[in-house]
Design a binder for this molecule. Structure first.
Ligand code: AMP
Length: 615
């Protein structure tokens, strides 16, 4: 690799003066239109650096992680280079998981929305072969898939890669970790010698560099250099939440956090408007701030925040550039920033004029690596923030309600209302506290003191960072190299909190390695390999720890998956702890006595009883 492009500090998403708009990167009009409609304002750093050389037909090695905008960085130029009239596969993207395959395929479909007749096919295990075969026969332009299933198709002769002109290896280090290197190599050998190859990887271990050396020709190397910065007066917290639950998580935070003004960062112009509208609908007065708004309107919106007429702004990086409002006590990174520079700029919008500030960042499980980079760059640990619970919200609403009573008593002339209550009391011979309770009930109907909140599932797999004790999966040796515990007799341990143990019908007798198990499960269950826990191999079977609460359909699917020709026949490991220990140590342990379940308290009933007694 002889050419390296390190993104200059000044060329960042959000830097109006020096960022390159999509059109000037060389992208054609239909793609630019689609991107703008998607709501992207500015190319992200990796896009600015990778799109021009890829459009020129160069090979590219990009060091980029999820969240940097890498998908568009490779998908846009690849799309521009295909011939839609040719109904043959021209783009091949290999991804480590089916989840990513679907995501990339969806992004491609969005960017190619003005390519008439364009077809992209996501191909992954666990999905019926029939529909894949039908679509392949009909003709597709791009195939995005996991190595295992792509190889299946090659073997069956249902996918011919001879017409491929661009190959993308996405999250190459993750494919390596999952033991897919041989498959990747084999697949590449079926593609024509004359082709463009782009390789993206969050890290560049030597095995990935070797692949790049073998399969890429004179590649342009791109990495985003981030400089460290200190942000001493901002308390930083992160909240692990999947994108589906972000709005509910934000709503809870808005309810319980003591904030004066809040700036919420999102990726797109469209989302600034959507989110502001959704917050309004939930009773939080807020406004969008994006680059599409005329300067006058933007200034007016910022003015409203300054004067306290609104407390929440939902902004893009571009629009919030240089924003200086002392009232901003909180910055919420609703969408994770592209890079650490953008993050540092974002949180610099709080803690102005000698005040302190709060920064909260929403992190999806796949984005945890970016969190680490941010910690490194800011030199500070970002603490885990538990989501406010139902009880927290009730407590908060009740104390606000009480404060409202106090301030009403203090500030309002209530004489005429008092006489209404007095006459009611006389006629009905009612208890004052009962009357007050009825009025309280009426007042809270619009905004119940005890609301029914939408459920947000616990992201149980993320406690290794916050406890600071357990070794991060990322830092462990690659799966293929990881020692299975048969090397350490007696080392059987219980599943970590939030995980449960499953038993698989494959073991050492079937020449199975941990990496095979990881690959199969990650692919079929759409699970990030990080979330696959401890694996132990026995002769005839093995065990694996997976996050609690596996959906039924995935469980059924996994039962049938084959590893080394054997069906996994996964089942919950019902052996008692004693038995597990016995298997490894030969000793027996007394089983624990099961605890007696507590009788639930029925407060309503109790109260009624009490009333009856006093009547
Ligand atoms: P990726 O790193 O490719 O997984 O992208 C992460 C997210 O950023 C996706 O939701 C993209 O839609 C979004 N995204 C990518 N490029 C841009 C851009 N230039 N402006 C705004 N959002 C973007």
């Amino acid at each position: 690799m002889n050419e390296a492009v390190t993104i200059p500090e000044t060329q960042r998403a959000g830097d109006v003066a020096s960022a390159t708009p999509f059109a000037t990167l060389g992208l054609n009009e239909v793609l630019v239109r689609a991107i703008e409609e998607t709501g992207y304002e500015m190319p992200s750093p990796i896009q600015s650096a990778a799109i021009p050389p890829l459009l020129d037909g160069r090979d590219v090695v990009g060091q980029a992680q999820t969240g940097t905008g890498k998908t568009a960085a490779f998908a846009l130029p690849a799309l521009q280079r295909i011939t839609v009239e040719r109904q043959q596969p021209q783009i091949l993207v290999l991804t480590p998981t089916r989840e990513l395959a679907i995501q990339v395929a969806e992004a491609m479909q969005t960017y190619a929305r003005y390519f008439e007749g364009f077809h992209v096919l996501p191909v992954y295990g666990g999905q019926g072969m029939d529909s894949q075969l039908r679509q392949l026969r009909r003709g597709v332009h791009a195939v995005v898939g996991t190595p295992g299933r792509i190889q299946d198709h090659i073997r069956r002769g249902t996918l011919n890669l001879k017409t491929i002109t661009t190959v993308v290896l996405d999250e190459a280090d993750e494919m390596l970790r999952m033991g897919f290197v041989d498959e990747v190599e084999a697949i590449l050998s079926h593609t024509p010698a004359e082709k463009q190859v782009a390789l993206f990887s969050a890290t560049m271990p030597s095995a990935i560099r070797k692949i790049a050396q073998r399969h890429l020709r004179d590649p342009v190397e791109i990495a985003i250099k981030s400089k460290s910065a200190t942000v001493s007066t901002v308390r930083q917290r992160y909240c692990q939440v999947t994108s589906r639950h972000k709005l509910d998580a934000l709503t809870r935070i808005l309810e319980v956090e003591n904030f004066e003004a809040m700036l919420i960062f999102v990726r797109t112009k469209t989302l600034t408007v959507e989110l502001a509208e959704k917050l309004e609908a939930r009773g939080f007065s807020s406004a969008p701030l994006n680059g599409d708004m005329a300067q006058v309107l933007r200034e007016r919106t910022v003015g409203r925040l300054k004067s306290g007429r609104i407390d929440i702004l939902v902004a893009t990086d571009v629009a919030a550039r240089g924003l200086d409002v002392n009232r901003i006590s909180h910055v919420v990174n609703y969408d994770i920033p592209y890079d650490t520079e953008a993050y540092i700029h974002r949180i610099g919008r709080t803690a102005r004029a000698g005040r302190s500030g709060e920064a909260i960042i929403f992190v999806a499980p796949r984005e945890r690596r970016m969190l680490r980079s941010i910690e490194k760059a800011t030199g500070k640990t970002i603490d885990a923030m538990p989501l406010p619970s139902q009880e927290d919200i009730v407590d908060r609403r009740v104390s606000q309600f009480k404060a409202l009573i106090t301030s009403t008593i203090e500030s309002q002339d209530l004489d005429s209302f008092e006489s209404v209550i007095a006459s009611y009391q006389q006629i009905h011979d009612a208890d004052l506290s009962e009357i007050a309770a009825a009025l309280a009930f009426l007042v809270q109907r619009e905004r119940p003191l005890s609301p029914k909140l939408p459920k947000i599932p616990d992201q149980k797999f993320d406690d290794e960072r916050s406890s600071g004790q357990k070794q991060s999966n990322r830092d462990r040796p690659a799966r293929g190299e990881r020692k299975s515990s048969h090397d350490r007799p007696g080392a059987v341990k219980k599943p970590e909190a939030g995980m449960e143990r499953y038993r698989l019908a494959v073991g050492r007798d079937h020449e199975v390695l941990p990496k095979h198990i990881v690959g199969a499960i990650a692919n079929e269950a759409g699970l990030d390999s990080e979330n696959i826990g401890y694996i132990k191999l026995y002769d005839a079977f093995s065990t694996v720890d997976l996050p609690e609460g596996m959906p039924k359909d995935i469980f059924q699917l996994l039962r049938k998956v084959r590893v080394r020709g054997q069906q996994l026949r996964i089942e919950l490991d019902h052996r008692t702890d004693a038995k597990v220990d016995q298997e490894s140590t030969g000793k027996t342990k007394k089983p624990k006595k099961p605890k007696k379940p507590k009788k639930p308290k029925r407060t309503g009933e109790k109260k009624r009883e009490k009333r009856k007694e006093s009547a």
